[in-house]
Design a protein around this ligand. Structure first.
Ligand code: ZN
Length: 247
């Protein structure tokens, strides 16, 4: 089994399509979606349609999904995120608003190897940046490989024989993590639609269960087209600008 792993698409259709065609060439059977399908980008309805067409084996909601469909207030959001959430709520079709509202909360155990969550396995909205939170997440995880998103920052944390290791984002177009028996892993593939690690390329992963391997990819996409749509939609300009620098 090869799982396609997508997180933090954020209504960026160009980035999503680029990842999907790259992944199709590499081969996968089922998709796992880790939340934040919408918010920030200009194509929430098209992105939801595309994700639904994938018929994901597992999907969990993100904080932006909850706010954009009206399930939660935008109180914790900054002004830009709040304004994007309001815009998204208005343009979403009632059917997709209801679909977002019904998305399950993480964490979710997919099989005996993999579990998925949006923020962390102990709190769907918690950000895992530092090693303390990563260790807490590794201990809370119920599967050897816990996939997460939310920070938009690719990262791998490994707990092996009591030794803790942290591996930052890969600078190349692809990198592989071999999963050792008895070790535990916490992996964020990075964001499809709004990378924040200084690399504007879209990020996604494939998990090969038989080969015990996580494959991490970065893909060029039509950033300018996505930026133009953001500006045309009347979303805050800064949301277009940050796509260009990946911050
Ligand atoms: Zn996000």
């Amino acid at each position: 089994m090869r799982y396609l792993v997508l997180t933090d698409i954020h209504a960026n259709l160009e980035a999503l399509e680029a990842c999907l065609s790259d992944a199709a060439a590499r081969g996968y059977q089922r998709a796992l979606v880790l939340g934040d399908l919408v918010g920030y980008g200009a194509d929430p309805n098209d992105v939801i349609a595309r994700v639904r067409a994938l018929d994901p084996l597992a999907i969990v909601r993100g904080n932006h999904d909850k706010v954009a469909c009206g399930l939660e207030p935008a109180e914790g959001f900054n002004a830009v995120a709040r304004s994007a959430a309001r815009w998204t709520f208005d343009v979403l079709t009632p059917e997709y608003r209801a679909w977002l509202a019904a998305l399950p909360q993480g964490p979710h155990a997919v099989d005996t190897l993999v579990e998925i969550c949006h923020g962390s396995p102990f709190d769907e909205d918690a950000y895992i940046f530092d090693e303390l939170d990563a260790l807490r997440a590794l201990k809370a995880a119920v599967r050897p490989l816990c996939l997460f998103g939310h920070t938009h920052y690719p990262a791998t944390f490994e707990l092996s024989d009591g030794a803790f290791d942290s591996i930052g984002p890969a600078v190349t177009a692809e990198s592989f993590i071999t999963l050792e028996d008895g070790s535990r892993y916490l992996v964020n593939p990075g964001s499809v639609g709004q990378p924040r690690d200084g690399d504007p390329r879209a990020a996604y992963a494939i998990v090969d269960v038989e080969d015990q391997r996580v494959e991490l990819f970065r893909v060029f996409y039509d950033v300018e087209k996505a930026q133009t749509k953001v500006v045309k939609a009347g979303l805050p300009d800064v949301l277009a600008q940050r796509l260009g620098v990946g911050r």
